[in-house]
Design a protein around this ligand. Structure first.
Ligand SMILES: [Zn+2]
Length: 100
């Protein structure tokens, strides 16, 4: 137990402050940023639908919908991280959605 030193660091990509056990590597990115390749590997239709829910702030339902569309192959935490990634990416930024 004495070995459980808290580590706090800032993700280089999104500036989120991460804290956890001593196993976190400081050169790494946070879990949410790490989920980006998974998210980008999803079919566009899935990202559109789930992304729209995430954008609307409906994060819980977005996670459920993502798991549905994925037929529960991904674990819930992975889905949560992907939705969080999408949610944050749009709320921080400049990526237009549904621009036609
Ligand atoms: Zn990050």
């Amino acid at each position: 137990m004495a070995d459980q030193k808290r580590v706090i660091w800032v993700c280089p990509l999104c500036r989120t402050v991460v804290s956890g056990g001593g196993s976190i590597k400081k050169v790494d990115v946070c879990d949410i940023c790490r989920s980006r390749p998974d998210w980008e590997a999803l079919p566009q239709a899935v990202r559109d639908e789930v992304g729209a829910m995430a954008d609307a702030g409906d994060v819980n339902n977005a996670v459920h919908r993502l798991r549905d569309l994925d037929h529960n192959r991904l674990d819930p935490w992975t889905c949560t991280l992907m939705v969080a990634y999408q949610n944050r990416r749009n709320s921080s930024g400049s990526i237009p959605r549904n621009a036609s």
